[in-house]
Ligand binder design. Structure first.
Ligand code: SF4
Length: 66
């Protein structure tokens, strides 16, 4: 299954991805984006791919997990 992974060292906390995908991303205690541990629904993937493109530091990726 596919999940979001955030590179917190790269994330600058701009918040764009969190606001665009609140069902999948939250802020951690340091103001970085944090992925909720859940499978990406097919209908949500387009929005998440948009966030991946928009992220200024390329901190978001999708990984395939078994
Ligand atoms: S868009 Fe990128 S830099 Fe901005 S909060 Fe999300 S992961 Fe962090």
């Amino acid at each position: 299954m596919e999940k979001i992974v955030i590179n917190k060292e790269a994330c600058v906390g701009c918040g764009m991805c969190v606001h665009q995908n609140p069902d999948y991303l939250v802020f951690d205690e340091n103001g970085h984006a944090e992925a909720i541990d859940k499978e990406i629904k097919p209908e949500d993937k387009k929005s998440i791919l948009e966030s991946i493109e928009i992220c200024p530091t390329e901190a978001i990726c999708i990984v395939e997990e078994k």
